[in-house]
Write a protein that binds this ligand. Structure first.
Ligand code: MN
Length: 151
């Protein structure tokens, strides 16, 4: 049998899994990045939470020029896709790297790093962060100006 005909014979719904769901834009309020974990002004727009279907959360994070996260790790890693602006990111002990729209960063589990905007340009990225035991980040010290400007 031709492959496409075989596929067409498969069930087209899955009653035990429920129906497709659409979450509407604006249903989840924007929030400021907490001052204890971010330097400068940041805005977090939650998109989805980790659940039984996909064990990772998604969020858009917007950093104003000069704004950045504190140093931190993720227990199950994090993928970030830059959607606008110009950003910076650094892994502990390694050089600061410039990231631009379309660039995708993968940070493995428990690797210390930070991410944020360039000094003179804002940056927004989609962050997809894996979860272990309901936790997706371990926060550490703030990124000093010396570290931020070291490139
Ligand atoms: Mn991160």
């Amino acid at each position: 049998m031709h492959a496409s005909l075989a596929l067409a014979a498969e069930p087209q719904t899955n009653p035990s899994a429920g129906a497709q769901q659409i979450t509407r834009a604006g249903d989840q309020a924007s929030m400021a990045g907490p001052a204890e974990y971010f330097t400068g002004r940041t805005r977090i727009d939650p998109i989805w939470s980790a659940d039984k279907n996909i064990n990772a959360s998604g969020g858009l994070v917007t950093f104003e020029p000069g704004a950045r996260s504190a140093w931190h790790t993720h227990p199950a890693g994090q993928r970030r896709v830059v959607t606008s602006g110009v950003g910076l990111t650094q892994e502990w002990g390694k050089p600061v790297q410039v990231i631009r729209p379309g660039d995708v960063a993968w940070c493995p589990p428990v690797v210390k790093h930070w991410h944020g905007a360039a000094p003179d340009a804002a940056m927004t990225h989609l962050a997809v962060t894996g979860t272990v035991d309901s936790k997706n980040v371990t926060w550490m010290e703030k990124v000093t100006d010396e570290h931020y400007k070291a490139r």
